[in-house]
Design a protein. Structure first.
Length: 183
């Protein structure tokens, strides 16, 4: 997948997920993520790395957004019957975001400090935009507490995903080399 297709695809999944959640539906975001992931995996040079990124994105989403929900710092539209769990559309966004580290955010693989800074700033801004612009996340008052937890969580998660993508890309042969070895 090209840089631009990865970037545009991520933004498309973000909007589909947020608009769907705004209408009380988690499935549009999940479906968007599945399409994005299928295209990504079909074009991937390092399929194992992308599968590891998918798993890591799910775990990070369950941990960070689940903790925000359980603590009452965030309330999500289109959530599960158990409000302590991160909703499906949020998990779909985590998976899609994680997959960008092998494509459009590849440059962060060797710039972990920049990845941390990006997470520190853009993570909370995305949630603030979803809260204020789309009303799909309600952040508890005072809002700064939720934003602080988000900033810290994303400042850790973003370089972790970049590191995982770099580690996986370096340790597995590209798909074309693997295919050639089978012939």
């Amino acid at each position: 997948m090209s840089f631009w297709l990865s970037l545009i695809g991520y933004q498309a999944v973000w909007f589909v997920a947020v608009i769907g959640a705004g209408h009380g539906l988690a499935w549009p975001g999940v479906l968007g993520m599945l399409v994005y992931a299928l295209v990504q995996l079909t074009c991937a040079r390092h399929v194992r790395t992308d599968l590891a990124l998918i798993a890591a994105g799910l775990v990070m989403g369950f941990l960070l957004d689940g903790a925000l929900s359980r603590s009452g710092l965030a309330d999500y539209a289109a959530g599960w019957p158990n409000p302590a769990l991160a909703p499906g559309w949020i998990l779909a966004l985590w998976v899609t975001f994680a997959l960008t580290f092998s494509q459009s955010l590849r440059y962060l693989q060797t710039r972990l400090w920049l990845a941390a800074l990006l997470g520190l700033v853009s993570g909370p801004l995305a949630y603030l935009g979803a809260a204020r612009g789309w009303q799909v996340v309600t952040l508890a008052e005072p809002t700064w507490r939720a934003l602080l937890v988000l900033a810290l969580g994303w400042a850790l998660a973003t370089p972790a995903l970049a590191w995982l993508a770099r580690r996986g890309s370096a340790s597995t042969p590209p798909r074309s080399a693997t295919r050639g070895a089978r012939a």
